[in-house]
Design a protein around this ligand. Structure first.
Ligand SMILES: [Zn+2]
Ligand SMILES: [Zn+2]
Length: 350
């Protein structure tokens, strides 16, 4: 490595970030790899961090937990990868050895979990250090659409595992997805593996709802147009089998608990910053299941196969593309997603 500095998006406290010149990351432990970022993106979670909602993120932290890249260097204990290999970076770092990892609950790895762009420097940089590289990176098959694979770092496995699998979507089900942002769309795309009869998409943004229709939503409800609960119920006999909450505010959680039918599931995917009122006086008798979670990424290898085969086409979520030098422009667009008709943005470093 000849270079000793690089560009990266650095968090400088609530409301402040900048594209700075910082030192290059280096292999620190034998299980580390340093990856040259080829493509990265911005997540709604990064916007939460920038609002100050995630106080564990300290000033000086490089943001980002998604991307694809090329292995630059590896520690002595890394056996699955070598310099030059093209890799998908998982938003979840996992050692593969601890009690949680043994249960495939990588999100709670005792030496990992969601740490990238959170507790350690992240992927919105020209290079990133990835701990436990053997377990936290995935090889990219030759000829893959690497933009599409960026959607596999976080949003697709999150929508699939925490929305669809925890919600137990089954053939013939009626599913409501509340929130048509990138993760809601990830749930919409992957719910269709399990052949639900109806997928009702709920959002405030007509542009997002129209996009959801092209992705397979059967019914669209603009939650700004009257009584959303009544509108969802009108599409069902006695409520939905699965309500997927993909926003993270009390109002949308409340919609989910009001539309779930007896025996149904509420799968919370949204990142909540405040408490909600659980209507236990109504729900106790309804035999429902309520789930929460942080993505484990244990289904990433399966999703990778569905994307490389063309069965799943997550590249359709990409609305804007930027050069690395214009990273702040990408934040401007993604941070005003409704005004800009933005879904996922790609930042290229090739
Ligand atoms: Zn994310
Ligand atoms: Zn672990």
């Amino acid at each position: 490595m000849t270079q000793d500095s690089m560009k990266a998006v650095v968090y400088h406290g609530p409301g402040n970030k900048s594209l700075d010149t910082v030192p290059m990351p280096k292999v620190q432990k034998p299980t580390d790899a340093v990856v040259k970022i080829v493509k990265t993106t911005i997540c709604g979670t990064d916007l939460h961090i920038l609002k100050g909602d995630v106080p564990a993120v300290t000033e000086g932290r490089i943001l980002g937990h998604e991307g694809v890249g090329i292995i630059e260097s590896v520690g002595d204990a890394v056996s699955n990868f070598k310099p030059g290999d093209r890799v998908l970076i998982s938003c979840i770092t996992s050692c593969g050895k601890c009690e949680y990892c043994k249960q495939q609950m990588y999100s709670h790895c005792e030496d990992g979990g969601w740490i990238l762009g959170h507790l350690i420097d992240g992927t919105q940089a020209e290079y990133v250090r990835i701990p436990h590289a053997d377990n936290s990176l995935y090889p990219i098959p030759a000829g893959s659409d690497e933009e599409a694979l960026v959607m596999l770092s976080d949003i697709l496995p999150t929508g699939h595992e925490i929305g669809v699998l925890y919600g137990a979507v089954k053939p013939g089900d009626t599913v409501a997805i509340v929130g048509a942002g990138p993760v809601g769309m990830g749930a919409l795309l992957t719910a269709q593996f399990y052949s639900p009869a109806k997928i009702i998409m709920v959002d405030l943004d007509d542009g997002r709802l129209e996009m959801a229709k092209t992705f397979g939503a059967t019914d669209l409800i603009n939650s700004g147009s009257g009584d959303t609960v009544a509108q969802i119920m009108a599409h069902t006999k006695d409520g939905v089998d699965v309500a997927i909450e993909a926003v993270g505010i009390p109002h949308t959680f409340d919609i989910c608990q009001k539309v779930v039918r007896p025996g149904g599931h509420i799968a919370n995917v949204g990142v909540h910053g405040t408490k909600v009122d659980l209507q236990i006086q109504d729900l106790w008798i309804k035999n429902i299941t309520l789930t929460t979670g942080l993505v484990n990424t244990n289904t990433t290898p399966m999703l990778l196969k569905t994307v490389t085969s063309g069965k799943l086409q997550p590249e359709r979520l990409i609305s804007h593309r930027f050069s690395f030098d214009d990273f702040m422009g990408a934040y401007e667009v993604f941070g005003n997603a409704s005004r800009e008709n933005a879904m996922k943005v790609i930042i290229n470093n090739d």
